[in-house]
Design a protein around this ligand. Structure first.
Ligand SMILES: [Zn+2]
Length: 217
């Protein structure tokens, strides 16, 4: 906690946009696209139905899992029939300049099918949980998305798909939350290290160095 606490005073205000990835002096943002539904007159439009939210996978800003959770709820519940309205909502989520509680209250109709504030708050404030199964094919315990393996191109070569997961795991082995749904992951702070807690069908284990099978090709 102490380590993260020191970062609080240095939260960056104006990140520099560089393609999909936000690059800051010390704290990298990633742009995570959340796809919403277009209905009525918007269904045939050429507007990209994505709201891309800036997230810090190490949660240095302390609110990234909440924004990811809101992004997930948008993909489940948001339906837009008006382009102007969509662009206003997209701007509010992408800029992250609207105070978080105002953002949630003002957009509750896009975040919950029942307009229920308590559904939304409950979803984004769940307790951290261990990830499921071993790296690099671990999954989020809530939405079941792969944490490192690509979730979208499983039709491509299996070795390539697996090696991508190994590469992502090696470059980024301790994500604090699921980029898809915002579920926070449990972390072990043993021995001065910070490691993910993994859970298999039978046990909950502290794995510091998961065994990776690397394909030679
Ligand atoms: Zn998830």
């Amino acid at each position: 906690m102490g380590h993260q606490g020191r970062q609080l005073g240095n939260i960056p205000v104006e990140p520099t946009l560089k393609g999909q990835e936000m690059v800051l002096e010390q704290y990298p943002y990633v742009g995570m696209p959340y796809r919403v539904k277009f209905v009525g007159p918007l269904a045939d439009s050429s507007v990209d139905p994505c709201i891309t939210i800036k997230l810090m996978p190490n949660n240095a800003d302390r609110v990234s899992p909440i924004y990811a959770g809101l992004g997930y709820l948008l993909t489940k519940h948001a339906k837009f029939s008006d382009e102007t309205e969509f662009k206003i909502v997209r701007g509010e989520f992408e800029s992250r300049k609207v105070p978080l509680m105002d953002l949630i209250i003002d957009n509750r109709g896009y975040l919950s099918s029942r307009f229920d504030l308590y559904d939304i708050i409950g979803f984004v404030s769940v307790y951290p949980r261990p990830v499921i199964d071993n790296a690099p094919l671990s999954k989020c315990p809530r939405c079941n998305a792969y944490i490192w393996a690509p979730n979208d191109d499983q039709s491509t070569d299996k070795d390539e798909w697996y090696n991508k997961a190994v590469g992502r795991f090696c470059s980024y082995s301790t994500p604090r939350f699921c980029l898809y749904c915002g579920q926070r992951f449990r972390i072990s702070y043993k021995h001065g290290r910070q490691d993910l807690i993994y859970k298999t069908a039978k046990t909950e284990r502290h794995i510091t160095i998961p065994k990776l099978k690397v394909n030679q090709s």
